[in-house]
Design a protein around this ligand. Structure first.
Ligand SMILES: *Cc1c(COP(=O)(O)O)cnc(C)c1O
Length: 430
C-alpha cells in the first residue's frame, strides 16, 4: 500500500510547501498523526479551529443538521443563515447586512465587487481644490488601495490585492486597480489617493508577514481620509477577526471601537473549521448617479452577486454553534488573558535567539534574530529551522515569512497547554 505522502506525490497538485506530517485526529488543542504521535496544535489548523478540534457541541451540531437539511439553493431562504447574519451584524456593532461565501479569498472578492459597484453607481464627490492642489474625482472610480505586506487570498483578485511580490510572481499580467502603499504610513497613503481611488482594504493586523497591527492613529487617519474622499473603508478580518484578539473585531481591540468600517470580511475561524467566508456591509445612505439614494448594504442587489455553496443551512448551523460556544465559554476573555500570559511567558524565556514577541490576544508572532539559522548550523530559513525542531518535540505552529513563527492556538487554549508549549520552545532554543 502506498504511504500517504506517496498518494500526494502521485495525485495531488504540489502547490503547497508541506511539512512531512500526516494528521489523523484531533481533540481540543491536540492532534495526533498517523503514527499516533501527539502534538499541541498552536496553529489551530491555521487560525481556523477557534474552539479547538472536534468540540463535542460542534460535532453534535454538524450531525444534527446533516440529518435535517445540508444544502438548499440561495434561490430560497433558510433560517440558520438569517440567524447567523443577525449575529454577525451584532458583532460588527453597527447596522448592516451580511453575504455568505466559502473562504477568505471569496469574501474579499465580494469586497472588490462591492467597491467596483460603488464606483460605478455611486456619485463621486465634487472635485476638490485644497491648499493649491486640485483633485478631480473620476466619474467611475475603481481603484482599491491595499498595503505592502498584506495578504488577501489566492484568487486572481486576491493576488492583485495582496501586497507581496512572491504571491504575484508567475501570474502576470496582474489585474489592474490595486495599488499598494506602505503600512502605517499616512503621508504615503495621502499621496496614493487619486482620481480613480474608490476604497481602501486593509488587515487591521497583518497576519501572514508576522502579526503587525495597524496603529490606532493610522486606523483613525484612514477612516478620516475615506470620509474626506468618499471612499469605502474595508477591513480584511479573515485571520484577526471573530475573537482572536479578545473582541469580535480586531479593529475594536485596536481603536476601542472609535471608528466604523464600511465593510468587513471574515473566514478562517468563523465556523471552527467548517468552510465558510462572509462579509458585512454597513447600512449607510449613499447618493447614486441617477439622483437616487440607497443603503450601501443594499447596493449588491438581486442578481448582482452569488455563491452556490454560500450560507447553506449546514455551514450556518455550525458557525452559529461555534460562535455560541465562544460566548458561552467566555472565550473572548480567555483570548485576552491567555494571549497576555503566552506573550509574557515567551518574553520571560529571555532567549538571545528571539528578537521580538508581538501579539494581540491569541494572535502572536515570535521573531527570530537575523543569524538564527547560522547559529544553529541550519541551512533552512529561521522559521523553517525552528518549526522542524518544534514539530519533532510535539508542537505545531505556523511560519510567518522567513524570520518569524506564529502562535494562533484555539481560543479555549489553557494555561497548562501554554506552559507546555513554552517549555517545548525553551528546549528548542537551547
Ligand atoms: C487566510 C487569509 C485570506 C485567504 O483566506 P482563504 O480562506 O485561504 O481564501 C485572506 N486574508 C487574510 C488576512 C488571511 O489570513
Amino acid at each position: 500500500m502506498e504511504s500517504t505522502l506517496e498518494l500526494y506525490e502521485q495525485n495531488v497538485i504540489p502547490s503547497y510547501g508541506r511539512f512531512p506530517l500526516v494528521l489523523e485526529r484531533g481533540e481540543g488543542s491536540r492532534v495526533w498523526d498517523e503514527t499516533g504521535k501527539e502534538y499541541l496544535d498552536f496553529g489551530a489548523g491555521i487560525a481556523v479551529c477557534s474552539v479547538g478540534h472536534c468540540h463535542p457541541r460542534v460535532a453534535e451540531a454538524i450531525s444534527r443538521q446533516a440529518r435535517k437539511l445540508v444544502h438548499c439553493s440561495n434561490l430560497y431562504y433558510n433560517r440558520p443563515q438569517g440567524e447567523l447574519a443577525r449575529r454577525l451584524v451584532g458583532y460588527a456593532g453597527h447596522p448592516g447586512k451580511v453575504f455568505f461565501g466559502n473562504s477568505g479569498a471569496e469574501a474579499n472578492d465580494g469586497l472588490y465587487n462591492l467597491a467596483r459597484k460603488y464606483g460605478n453607481e455611486a456619485r463621486s464627490p465634487l472635485s476638490r481644490h485644497a491648499a493649491g492642489e486640485r483633485l478631480e474625482y473620476a466619474p467611475n472610480r475603481f481603484e482599491v488601495i491595499t498595503f505592502d505586506g498584506s495578504f488577501h487570498g489566492r484568487t486572481l483578485g486576491g493576488i492583485a490585492a495582496t501586497g507581496q511580490e512572491k504571491v504575484k510572481k508567475g501570474f502576470e499580467p496582474i489585474p489592474v486597480g490595486f495599488p499598494h502603499v506602505p503600512f502605517n504610513d499616512v503621508p504615503e497613503l495621502v499621496r496614493a489617493i487619486g482620481p480613480e481611488t474608490v476604497a481602501i482594504l486593509m488587515e487591521p493586523i497583518q497576519g501572514e508577514i508576522g502579526v503587525l497591527p495597524a496603529t490606532r492613529a493610522f486606523l483613525k487617519a484612514v477612516r478620516a481620509l475615506c470620509d474626506e474622499h468618499g471612499l469605502l473603508l474595508m477591513f480584511d478580518e479573515v485571520q484577526c477577526g471573530l475573537g482572536r484578539t479578545g473582541d469580535w473585531c480586531a479593529w475594536q481591540t485596536l481603536t476601542g471601537g472609535e471608528i466604523i468600517p464600511d465593510a468587513i470580511s471574515w473566514a478562517k475561524g468563523i465556523a471552527g473549521g467548517f468552510p465558510m467566508g462572509a462579509f458585512w456591509v454597513r447600512d449607510r445612505k449613499i447618493a447614486l448617479k441617477n439622483g437616487g439614494e440607497i443603503s450601501l448594504a443594499d447596493l449588491l442587489g438581486p442578481g448582482s452577486h452569488g455563491s452556490t455553496f454560500g450560507g447553506t443551512p449546514l455551514a450556518c448551523t455550525v458557525a452559529n454553534e461555534v460562535l455560541t460556544i465562544i460566548e458561552d465559554e467566555g472565550l473572548l476573555a480567555n483570548a485576552r488573558e491567555m494571549g497576555a500570559y503566552a506573550k509574557s511567558a515567551v518574553e520571560a524565556l529571555g532567549s538571545p535567539l528571539i528578537r521580538a514577541v508581538r501579539g494581540v490576544g491569541l494572535m502572536m508572532a515570535i521573531e527570530l534574530i537575523p543569524d538564527f539559522s547560522a547559529r544553529l548550523g541550519d541551512t533552512r530559513p529561521a522559521s523553517q529551522a525552528l518549526i522542524a525542531r518544534l514539530h519533532a518535540a510535539g508542537l505545531l505552529c505556523i511560519p510567518s515569512g522567513a524570520q518569524s513563527i506564529r502562535w494562533l492556538p484555539p481560543l479555549n487554549v489553557t494555561r497548562a497547554e501554554i506552559d507546555r508549549a513554552v517549555e517545548i520552545l525553551r528546549n528548542a532554543l537551547t
